[in-house]
Design a protein around this ligand. Structure first.
Ligand SMILES: *[C@@H]1O[C@H](CO)[C@@H](O)[C@H](O)[C@H]1NC(C)=O
Ligand SMILES: *[C@@H]1O[C@H](CO)[C@@H](O)[C@H](O)[C@H]1NC(C)=O
Ligand SMILES: *[C@@H]1O[C@H](CO)[C@@H](O)[C@H](O)[C@H]1NC(C)=O
Ligand SMILES: *[C@@H]1O[C@H](CO)[C@@H](O)[C@H](O)[C@H]1NC(C)=O
Ligand SMILES: *[C@@H]1O[C@H](CO)[C@@H](O)[C@H](O)[C@H]1NC(C)=O
Ligand SMILES: *[C@@H]1O[C@H](CO)[C@@H](O)[C@H](O)[C@H]1NC(C)=O
Length: 365
């Protein structure tokens, strides 16, 4: 058990040291925050709405405390009131926001935003990376994972994350793919009580209950994690899956990204519960009472979301997406040309960082 965790710990340690050394204006540290969850989940974890349309007889209670791991980056001088909470996509970890390797040190959104004066906390989703991984994958559903993010944000508005750091007044949720879908779910459930003052949801669009699962028709096929890598995941519930072939997360044009990034991505991949990938149709239910500002950022070369041509007409796409955010302070959809699903990991990442940071700056005011 100890042996299995060491490589992951070393990668995180190198991230800590690298970011710490990279910039005199910024320091990063690993944190673990316990969050108490008390939610109802559907007894049938393949329920595509994640329980939002269920009655009590078809639900069961998950009432427990989980640890959420994160990397907190703080500028030595800058905004002390606004925190960016970064939620990665399925089969990734917090490292998506800061690949811990020398060659890719400039692909760090955490460093990019920190050097420009904004703190961030990049978390490992429940079940991924160094956060708690419930033995039974069916405990990790949209209601549980979204509540973990909301509880964490709530906590950071009232308690200090590290000695000497004040609680934050505003928290902006920034998601990628599954992370965006979970923030969206939290906005539906929490409504006006949401601890997130605004949301930047990258690489996610509404999924209908009859749409094929995210990634189908691409090489992004989920397989049981214990079959994919027995050394790391032999003991896991087979409902924890990973994705071996990660090319669908990049543009089809192989000159649009570094082949070594694809290799590194495969080497550092993580797990997600199969059923959580199925609950994305919750995004078709309106976040009727969420009043913060919302922006969706999608990418023209995203093989997972945009292969059908859905992202060409931005006006039509905006009209289709804004219907589920009737009470939002503002809503916009931005389409990045040239980028793929993992907008932070290809050669257009610099433009993606500018876009995300620009939205956050606007929403921080
Ligand atoms: C609750 O939902 C289940 C499954 O959808 C359904 O079979 C049952 O009739 C519902 N019960 C009530 C009281 O509505
Ligand atoms: C939920 O868990 C807490 C802490 O363990 C406990 O105090 C509480 O009674 C539980 N709630 C229910 C409804 O079981
Ligand atoms: C996981 O939990 C569910 C609900 O309690 C239960 O039906 C299922 O049998 C459990 N699975 C395993 C592998 O323990
Ligand atoms: C991954 O999928 C792509 C696209 O389907 C395919 O061209 C490639 O050969 C696959 N890579 C591996 C290692 O299987
Ligand atoms: C939104 O708020 C209204 C009024 O408080 C409430 O009746 C309704 O159930 C809420 N909708 C959701 C989706 O929570
Ligand atoms: C990092 O630098 C490399 C080499 O100059 C460049 O190709 C890549 O686009 C840069 N990435 C970002 C996010 O700026």
């Amino acid at each position: 058990m100890l042996l299995r965790t060491i490589p992951v710990l070393l990668l995180h340690l190198s991230l800590y040291l690298r970011l710490g050394a990279a910039s005199a204006s910024c320091s990063c540290s690993s944190v673990i925050v316990p969050v108490h969850i008390d939610v109802l989940v559907p007894k049938d974890p393949t329920d595509v709405f994640g329980g939002l349309k269920s009655n009590e007889t078809s639900q069961r209670r998950v009432n427990t405390t989980y640890d959420i791991y994160g990397v907190f980056c703080q500028p030595n001088a800058g905004n002390e009131d606004v925190l960016q909470l970064l939620a990665h996509g399925g089969s990734y970890t917090s490292q998506y926001w800061s690949p811990p390797i020398e060659e890719f040190r400039n692909y760090s959104y955490s460093a990019f935003s920190c050097e420009r004066g904004l703190p961030s906390l990049a978390v490992d989703l429940l079940g991924a990376g160094l956060s708690s991984r419930p033995a039974n994958a069916s405990d990790v559903q949209f209601p549980t994972s979204a509540a973990a993010l909301s509880q964490l944000a709530q906590h950071l508005k009232t308690a200090s994350i590290l000695p000497g750091v004040r609680p934050f007044q505003k928290i902006i949720g920034i998601g990628h793919s599954l992370g965006s879908a979970l923030l969206n779910f939290g906005a539906i459930v929490d409504g006006a009580q949401s601890p997130f003052d605004a949301m930047v949801l990258t690489s996610i669009l509404i999924f209908g209950p009859d749409d094929p699962p995210v990634g189908s028709g691409t090489s992004a096929v989920p397989i049981a994690a214990r079959d994919a890598d027995p050394l790391r995941w032999d003991a896991l519930d087979p409902a924890y899956v990973t994705i071996n072939n990660r090319t669908a997360f990049y543009p089809t044009d192989p000159t649009a990204y570094s082949p070594r990034m694809l290799l590194f991505d495969g080497f550092t991949k993580d797990v997600l519960p199969l059923t959580i990938a199925a609950q994305g149709a919750s995004s078709s239910i309106p976040a009727a009472n969420y009043t913060g500002a919302v922006a969706k950022v999608v990418c023209a070369k995203d093989q997972v979301l945009c292969a059908t041509g859905r992202c060409v007409d931005v006006e039509a796409l905006t009209a289709a997406e804004e219907v589920v955010w009737p009470a939002a302070k503002s809503f916009e959809v931005l389409v990045l040309q040239g980028s793929g699903h993992d907008l932070n990991l290809d050669f257009r990442a610099g433009a993606a960082f500018e876009t995300t940071f620009g939205l956050v700056t606007k929403f921080s005011k």
